[in-house]
Every structure is written in C-alpha cells, then in structure tokens.
Design a protein around this ligand. Structure first.
Ligand SMILES: [Zn+2]
Length: 296
C-alpha cells in the first residue's frame, strides 16, 4: 500500500510535470472508483492544474479555472490508492479511453503543445477493487480526509508525546491509525519501530521519555529518507509501488541488517508484519495468532 513517502513522491512528480497543464479528458473506467457524483468528472475538463499535494495517504490534484466561464473556486481530484493502487504517468497518453473493468480505474489526459500531451492512469492490481477517487471543492468533504489526525511529518517529539499520551493500544496499531497520526501504514511502521528499537506490541501511552525520543527521531528519519528514495526513483514512471532500503518489512527469515538475528513475523488473516526480536523485543517472539490457532 502506498504510504506517506510514495504519495509524497507522486505529488511531487505531478507538481513537476503537470503544473499549468490543461485537462483534456477524464475517463472513469471502473464502476466503483468515483465516490462523488457532483461535480461530475466532466467538470474537470478544461481546467488547469495549479498544484498537487497530499493528505495522509490521499493524493490531491488541485485544479483552477481554465477560462472565465469556469467556476472560480478550486476543484480537487482526491485519490486514495488503497492496497494495490498506483498512479502511472505517461508523457504521451492514449486518447482512447481505457476499457471498463480493466487494470486502469481512471485516466486523466492533458492537452497542450505536442510535448505536453502527458497524463496519468490510476491503476489497481488484483481483483479486490478499493481505489477511491473523489471530485470535490473542499478536500475536507472527503470523509477519510476529514478524519485524519496530524500528519506524521509535522510531528516533533513533544507533539508525538501528547498524541500518544493515554493511548492504551499497541504501538504498531496506534501509529498506523490514520485518525491518530496520518500517513504511516504497515511497511513504514515496521521500519520506524525497528529503527527506534521498540516492540510493535508496546503500549503506546506507556513509552518512557527515552523511548519517545527514539520514536520521534526514527519517525522523521525513516520517512524522510524514504521520500528521498521514492522521489529519486521517479515513482510515477514506475509500474507500481517499488520500495528500496527497507530493513525489516517483508523480510521474514532474512538477517537483521543491524544485529544479524533472523527477522520474525506476526501474521493475521490478510496481512503480516515483521520485526527483529533482538533489536525490538529483548529476544522474545511475539504471539502469532495464526500459529497459535494452528497449535490449538
Ligand atoms: Zn536486529
């Protein structure tokens, strides 16, 4: 699932490549991708891209009026890439609308001089379709955006401490809860907790002062270096999410790059996460529900 670093890189790419471009067409090629119907997709046609940004893991393409007859207020195309979605840019994108029900959920094509006929597809791999797009005047009118907690990149040590205070949940769950902290998902929470040498099952509200120091430092360093890598890789030119530089996430059974211990995993029905027992849990293995069910 694209998280804060990848979505930041996609927004940066759009800012660099689409700013000032006029929208020539918006093709909706999936029955369920659009969660709004007013304004319709055609309302974006003729408008000009004035920016691109991010709310948590939501991508925001901002458009301004393309002519005097367009409504003067901004219109936003807000996209949530969910588990298997991606934004793929092409310098010359086909004017033929994509097939309904295929891997492309939405296409935005820009007009302009020959060199400016770029555009992007919102793609979704797999059969479970959960990518969502909304066309809105105010990003906050998207419920998922309205619910977001403060952005992970804006948190310093003291604001992080204030947010975690009183949280009785497990640290891993709390820092991936978008209403508590926006932007961090399964992959980067694994990386942050490993860098901070904290157990995913630690009680979030009971971290010591030193542990909070480590968590705050890890959160910004892990996210910022991931943004650098993702921007450097020109994320939007890739076919899908491609991460480099991960130390524990999705590396079950491989050696921890810090201590050499074997990376362990906790599995749930539809996902799993990884950690290093030596670095994070004092050598203990966390209960794996799937395993304990098998044992019973
Ligand atoms: Zn380790």
């Amino acid at each position: 699932m694209p998280e804060l670093p990848e979505v930041t890189a996609l927004a940066a790419f759009l800012t660099e490549h689409a700013l000032g471009s006029r929208i020539a067409a918006v093709n909706v090629a999936s029955l369920n991708v659009l969660t709004t119907y007013d304004p319709p997709p055609t309302a974006l046609v003729g408008r000009v891209v004035t920016g691109a940004g991010r709310y948590g893991k939501f991508l925001d393409l901002v458009t301004g009026p393309g002519s005097e007859t367009d409504p003067p207020e901004d219109l936003h195309l807000i996209v949530h890439l969910a588990r298997a979605g991606w934004l793929r840019w092409s310098d010359s994108i086909s004017a033929t609308p994509p097939k309904m029900g295929g891997p492309i959920a939405l296409r935005v094509r820009f007009s302009g001089a020959d060199s400016m006929r770029g555009g992007f597809d919102i793609t979704e791999a797999g059969t479970k379709k959960s990518v969502a797009a909304a066309i809105v005047r105010d990003p906050k009118s998207v419920p998922g955006v309205a619910r977001l907690g403060p952005d992970a990149l804006t948190l310093d040590r003291d604001s992080l401490a204030a947010i975690l205070k009183g949280q009785t949940g497990r640290l891993k769950n709390v820092i991936t809860n978008q209403t508590v902290i926006a932007g961090i998902g399964n992959a980067y929470s694994d990386e942050i907790l490993h860098t901070a040498r904290l157990s995913p099952f630690a009680t979030a509200g009971k971290l010591t002062a030193l542990e909070l120091d480590r968590l705050a430092t890890a959160m910004s360093s892990v996210l910022e270096s991931a943004i650098d890598r993702s921007v450097g890789a020109e994320a939007a030119r890739l076919k899908g999410e491609k991460r480099t530089g991960l130390r524990v996430h999705a590396r079950t059974g491989l050696p921890c790059p810090v201590c050499g211990d074997v990376i362990a995993e906790v599995s749930f029905a539809d996902r799993s996460f990884q950690y290093c027992p030596t670095c994070q849990t004092g050598g203990r293995h966390l209960a794996d529900r799937r395993m304990s069910r098998l044992v019973k």
